[in-house]
Design a protein around this ligand. Structure first.
Ligand code: GLN
Length: 312
């Protein structure tokens, strides 16, 4: 099928934004920290960044929100750029966990090695790798995200970062358990601070779509022409996003949407249509897996409307 032209895609995005309020009766905003519990639930934004860098959007696509677990991808990109495959994959796996994103159960049976880098335990592990390698791991990630999105104003929401630290018990338990297995090398409190700052990045749909565009463009960031990833790394990251990006709902997301994706409890979901576009949707009401309800619904609508998916 021929791809939609610019006007057709714009009409589709507008239609998805118009239909999103139908999902506003379901789900609840994240409430594990006060800073997120206060977010106005009935909001929706969508943005796509084409592989050539053009952006189209609809709804509240320039409203900033807490990117939360979507930052696990940016952090893994930094690690894959700087560490050898052996240094990374000896300490974190690449298999779907089939458990909630913040689950601790598998860590004990699997010797403190998290199933994958997109559950909390795995992201804490990646934060440890970056904390022990980089002089300023927070600064470096922020610079990376600013460059990827070609937006120098992106920053942490310090209120969210502090709120995470004030309610750190569960993530601290994950990190200390991994330390007990000898699989955390830096100071645990420093690792938590790094991880919480990554989660607390505030970005909007347009910025997030732009920051993922290199994954839809064989590793080259179309916003500034620089190579971020080799083609092999790009393929590997997209594969990992397809199998592990939505935690224990990854199978259902693949069934409904069929694209590599990553969600966060701030209500954002980023998805990649390889060689075509990156997409970011945002709506704060979450299902029981911690994934945006209206966001997932809009991605299903987008994929049907595009008349093209990698799955057939
Ligand atoms: N900050 C959240 C946590 O650590 C991130 C989880 C998420 O977005 N799924 O629990």
């Amino acid at each position: 099928a021929t791809p939609l032209n610019q006007e057709e895609l714009q009409a589709l995005l507008e239609q998805l934004a118009k239909e999103a309020p139908r999902c506003f009766g379901e789900g609840r905003v994240a409430s594990y920290i006060p800073a997120l519990a206060e977010v106005e639930p009935d909001q929706f934004g969508i943005a796509v960044c084409h592989a050539d860098g053009r952006v189209q959007c609809a709804g509240a696509a320039s409203t900033p929100f807490s990117i939360q677990s979507i930052s696990k991808v940016h952090a893994l990109v930094l690690a894959m750029q700087r560490l050898t495959p052996e240094e990374i994959w000896s300490r974190v796996g690449r298999e779907p966990s089939g458990q909630a994103f913040n689950s601790i159960v598998q860590l004990e049976v699997e010797n403190g090695i998290p199933r994958n880098p997109f559950i909390n335990a795995g992201a804490l592990m990646v934060s440890d790798m970056l904390t022990s390698r980089l002089v300023m791991p927070q600064h470096t990630l922020r610079e990376q995200v600013r460059r990827l999105a070609a937006t120098p104003t992106i920053d942490f929401d310090e209120r969210v970062a502090r709120s995470e630290m004030d309610h750190k018990a569960r993530n601290a338990a994950l990190a200390y358990l991994m330390q007990a297995y000898g699989n955390i090398h830096s100071d645990v409190e420093l690792v938590l601070d790094t991880y919480f700052h990554y989660c607390a990045l505030a970005m909007n749909c347009v910025e997030l779509a732009k920051s993922f565009a290199f994954l839809a463009n064989r590793g080259v960031n179309p916003n500034d022409g620089t190579r971020v990833f080799s083609e092999i790394h790009t393929r590997q990251m997209n594969a990992l996003l397809l199998t592990c990006g939505l935690y224990d709902a990854a199978g259902d997301f693949a069934w409904r949407v069929g694209l590599p994706g990553k969600s966060g409890v701030g209500g954002g979901i980023v998805a990649i249509l390889p060689r075509r576009m990156s997409i970011c949707v945002w709506s704060p009401r979450l299902d029981s897996y911690g994934n945006s309800i209206a966001g997932r619904h809009a991605l299903e609508g987008l994929v049907s409307g595009l008349r093209f998916t990698p799955m057939g």
